[in-house]
Design a protein around this ligand. Sequence first.
Ligand code: SF4
Length: 169
Amino acid sequence: MFKMIKKSLKTATVTGQYTSDSDNAPPVQCTAEAKRKAKPFRKSLTIREVDTGSCNACEMEMNALTNAVYDIERFGVHIAASPRHADALVVTGPVTVNMESALKDVFKTTPDPKLVIALGDCAINCGVFRDSYSVTGPVDRHVQVDIRIPGCPPKPTDILNVLAELRRS
Ligand code: SF4
């Protein structure tokens, strides 16, 4: 116990000391219209995650944003348990047959103005699941998408950079 406390006291702050390799990241599609829509959420943005059929790797990267290293809450970004409390939807995975109506319901339930972020190649263009019998298409086939973050999966730093850009807009 004392060993742990001693180690904690000796360890410097690790929050935000992640390595950023955004130079190598694929380009993010964040339109001027999306930036305009994001203006009311500069200081506080509540996100609802929607998994429409992903392999869960995109979620794991998204969830990593809440750990002690990335600590997304310090930027005023929160994860909500209900779409009724959300300002933005982060959708991962291709839209499967079973999740199509659920995605449309979540979209309708989220109050306006809202942002829709397609996270990962699968959400943008079905990725490795393209042409699967159970996939009905990418996210923008069913609901309007404002921001696209490519990658398989996108790195937490890529997601953080996009959210930082929205805050600056
Ligand atoms: S983009 Fe890659 S990591 Fe994300 S859901 Fe698709 S296969 Fe999985």
